[in-house]
Design a protein around this ligand. Sequence first.
Ligand SMILES: Cc1cc2nc3c(=O)[nH]c(=O)nc-3n(C[C@H](O)[C@H](O)[C@H](O)COP(=O)(O)OP(=O)(O)OC[C@H]3O[C@@H](n4cnc5c(N)ncnc54)[C@H](O)[C@@H]3O)c2cc1C
Length: 387
Amino acid sequence: MKKGKQYDFIFAGAGAASLQIVEQLAESAHFAASSILILEQDNQKSNDRTWCFWEEKSNSKWDAYINKEWGQIAFYSPDLSLKRDLSPLAYKMMRSASFYASMKKRIAQKSNITLKYEEVISYKEQETGVTVATTKNNYTTALFFNSIFDWEIIRQQKRYPVLQQHFVGWFIKTERSCFDANTATFMDFDIAQKGNTRFMYILPLSAKEALVEYTLFSGEKLNPAAYERELRAYLSKKNIRDYTIEETEKGNIPMTCYPFAKHNSKRVLHIGSAGGWTKPSTGFTFTFIQRKSAKLADFLKSNTDMRQFEKRNRFWWYDLLFLDVLARHNHKGSFLFARMFSRNKPAAIFRFLDEKSTLKEELQIMKSFPLGIFVRQVFRRLFTAFH
Ligand SMILES: Cc1cc2nc3c(=O)[nH]c(=O)nc-3n(C[C@H](O)[C@H](O)[C@H](O)COP(=O)(O)OP(=O)(O)OC[C@H]3O[C@@H](n4cnc5c(N)ncnc54)[C@H](O)[C@@H]3O)c2cc1C
């Protein structure tokens, strides 16, 4: 094993979190002399993710990467059919390949930042630094940022429920016009729930092209054929029969309030999904990574103790309660989301999910839900906390 160079910052993984943080560091004169190493196991990463998020319609730092944006969203359940304007927001789609390519180009222009394709196998923290072992080398660093997600950590515990947002999506092309290109279907619960929270998510790129995703918020994944069967049945129900599948996207996003930050230490910070930056109740992560990246770059200017970075807020408690209920009553997702969408404007819901709402707005959203089931869950949580 070769002993590599000493760095100021090492990042494990070159995904959304590491690249966004490194971009922030690269933009700041403060870090111009900092040596940064990114270690990524996969040198073939391209369109492995379709990131969607909402934000103001224009003047976004992501404008150059956006493939499509929608001013309207639709929500469906057996008893509800809603189309709502998102103004002043838009729902936006970005494919990961252009993001990776652009970030890598910028890294290549910076002499203080290096990207190496090596698999990280372990790290060890000492008083003076962290030693990071890959399959080829050992490196040392003052601070280590780890974006490698470990499902085992959350599966080994029982205190916090763990749901998965798992999905298979098809990018399809149809013979005739089938989609309303101005409207993203955020959730269509008008499908068999089979004891879970199951919905279709449809992002039309044009009248004849869309990403159609069969999505579950549930404890266990399905076998691969089951997702495909449901996709076929749904398209057929919508009278969409002549189509070609251009690409497939699969994913599995953790939904849990497990306190990932407890694994942070003086010199090690877990980032991205591995750091708990995924919103537990929705799986949305991209916007939180953006926000945390900016905060971290600022934090690093004056602070080197990584234990000080994360602060728990009240939204963590809301997510915990919601996930407790959803894990216990997994079949109620359709009903709960329908209540939320029928009684609140999407912009208010998105502000709440973005953790930017006021207490008054949060109470308004909470009033949408049936009280009993949540109160019972609060007591259950309190009871387990004291036993
Ligand atoms: C298919 C998919 C679609 C998603 N869509 C959305 C969305 O629409 N909106 C949203 O907000 N969120 C979405 N997410 C959730 C979240 O935004 C992404 O998972 C995001 O990529 C998380 O960023 P990350 O840096 O934490 O992890 P990743 O982007 O997964 O980065 C981790 C990196 O570590 C590398 N790695 C792993 N092990 C090692 C190792 N041992 N050594 C070296 N490198 C290693 C991986 O190859 C990867 O490049 C989606 C997730 C998936 C999987």
